[in-house]
Design a protein around this ligand. Sequence first.
Ligand code: ACO
Length: 432
Amino acid sequence: MSQETVTIIDNTTGKRVELPIVRGTQGPAGIDVRTLNRELGLLTFDPGFLSTAHCRSALTFIDGEQGVLLYRGYPIEQLAAQSSYLEVCYLLLYGDLPTKPQMREFQSIILHHTMVHEGLRRFYSGFRHDAHPMAIMVGVVGALSAFYHDSTDIHDPRHREISAHRLIAKMPTIAADSYKYSIGQPFIYPDNALGYAENFLRTMFAVPAEPYKVKPAAARALELFLILHADHEQNASTATVRLAGSSGANPFACISAGIGALWGPAHGGANEAVIRMLETIRDPAEIPQYITRAKDKDDAFRLMGFGHRIYKQYDPRAKILRQACHDLLKEIGAEHQPLFETALELERIALQDDYFLERRLYPNVDFYSGIILKAIGIPIPMFTVLFAMARTVGWVAQWMEMMEDAEQRIGRPRQIYVGPARRDYMPLEERE
Ligand code: ACO
């Protein structure tokens, strides 16, 4: 088959260029514009990357029109119902579901790398006690490169793999430590006899003075949360990780950059913002006035947990989490939890409103995730930290994929310059 192309004609100069079309296995094709600047002296202009594919990737596929999310081809609904977080980690890192021996080995590697260097733990005391745990995460994860520099030769595939294992294994410990530090409790060492989610809950909530038993319902809910947040193709934080990695930075520095990007309320910080919004709406009768505010362009208020750059219908993760909220709250005897009732009512009213329907704004993953996290006792400032913990595998798998990609070059966007044209410097004494 001959190469599919698109012809671009510059109507000012009459010059033309044939650009190849790049197709993946599914989803929209792209126009390969790499020669555009050389041939026509033009750039593409795409703030927010609305029409830009910045890499080829075999990890995650999203069909925003149909509400489809696949990890390495597997539907998120099947993984959520049947898989485990560590199995999903293996799938994302290595491309296929593991065999039983592969799974046993992977589990053992991850569960035996959960401790962090003692020197890293002393690092925490440099932070103010009331620091946001995401601020601590950015610092401590970046600092990992100072403690594990035996695995930062990014050109060695084995080093890359060890770094990936370390990041996945140590992230829950670092996350729990950031919480313990903020409340003045001693750090709890991981217990490698426990599973990934159980271990995290124990390091978060146990105290040395008392026995602690992980609640199975909490561990199951957390496991689901982790699976649903494991990867989501080229979002802001993942693109940040790739951009940082494209310069040859070490993986710990790249993941730290990703954590910083995730923190914002338009991205991972939305799960915290949703709960704060639902808590502000004290009475469901107040919902219409919040909807009115969300529609008002002169008001900065947005309905948090609503809307998505790619999903133009219900986010499939939100659908799973809404049902999980029902199940979990029933199991723990909190069926009429006011925040959940407010969320359901808010969704009902918004999805009858032309403003949301016309713009195709539906609940996203963050709309219901905070209710689950709150129900299992996670404090609100830790919500985005848990998102970072879950997404670490996606970030590091994307980084590894990029490092093996022959097309990879340093990420260096261009710009349309709108500042002053060349002008001469005037000495201060001559200026009026
Ligand atoms: N409430 C009210 N109006 C909204 C909302 C919202 N939550 N989201 C989008 N809109 C409106 C915009 O004002 C815009 O209206 P206009 O066409 O009249 O100007 C239109 O819908 C399109 O919105 P954009 O901001 O252009 O969409 P974009 O793709 O750039 O942004 C985003 C997507 C950031 C998720 C946005 O919907 C938003 O801010 N949502 C709330 C924050 C949130 O929940 N973030 C989590 C996203 S999921 C994740 O990162 C894990």
